[in-house]
Write a protein that binds this ligand. Structure first.
Ligand code: URA
Length: 214
């Protein structure tokens, strides 16, 4: 069976132990693997890094309730990919339209830094999810780790597809991987990624979706 997510996964011992410890301190937090969110048949897949401590790890939905999610969900709404601009809780009525958000690593990592073995172990889920994408799709990778996880999940050579902000990689004529710097608080505060830069990536994603017929 092609599994894109396992809510009971404890394959990474360090992450499983960390989630148990965070749950002890925060009994009302999700503290489990965070599932992909959005349209299961979408032609547009956004790949983030991993749940944030007080965002997705608290609410159980990618980028929901944390700083990185503010710009992401506002931009998704501005470009017609959702019914509302805010994402605060699982029951807030938000629906994504022809889009889905997933993470390269489904569990909260200490210091927001999954190690290589964790990224690789979790890649089995991402690879399965990528294999469910319609043939005419656009993938948006947020940051270098997400980008490399996508390349690995597609069984491609990293050297052939270097990460770069706004870089476009034609995987097949119908499948394009587009890159952006991650919309993290650090990147937006330092203006490595501005709202305008992020919006122009989404404008390009829309054009590419038209190009591939998605
Ligand atoms: N929250 C997520 O779900 N993913 C990220 O990459 C960052 C915050």
């Amino acid at each position: 069976m092609t599994r894109i997510f396992d809510p009971d996964c404890r394959n990474c011992p360090r992450l499983a132990a960390f989630l148990d410890a965070v749950k002890e301190k925060n009994p009302d937090y999700h503290c489990r693997p965070v599932p992909p969110f959005g349209d299961p048949a979408a032609n547009f897949l956004i790949v983030g890094l991993a749940p944030g401590m007080h965002g997705a790890n608290r609410t159980g939905r990618p980028f929901t309730g944390d700083h990185a999610g503010i710009l992401l969900y506002e931009t998704l709404h501005d470009f017609g990919f959702s019914n509302q601009a805010e994402s605060v809780a699982e029951d807030d009525g938000l629906r994504l339209l022809n889009s889905r958000i997933t993470n390269a690593v489904k569990c909260l990592p200490p210091d927001n830094k999954p190690v290589g073995a964790e990224i690789n172990t979790c890649n089995a889920y991402l690879a399965n999810e990528l294999s469910t994408l319609p043939e005419n799709s656009v993938i948006l990778a947020l940051g270098g780790i997400a980008h490399r996880a996508v390349i690995r999940g597609l069984s491609l050579r990293q050297a052939d597809y270097p990460f770069g902000h706004a870089a476009e990689h034609e995987i097949t004529p119908g499948l394009i991987l587009l890159d952006s710097y991650h919309c993290s608080r650090y990147n937006t505060n330092t203006r490595r990624l501005t709202d305008e830069m992020f919006r122009s990536v989404f404008a390009r994603a829309k054009e590419l979706l038209v190009q591939v017929g998605g």
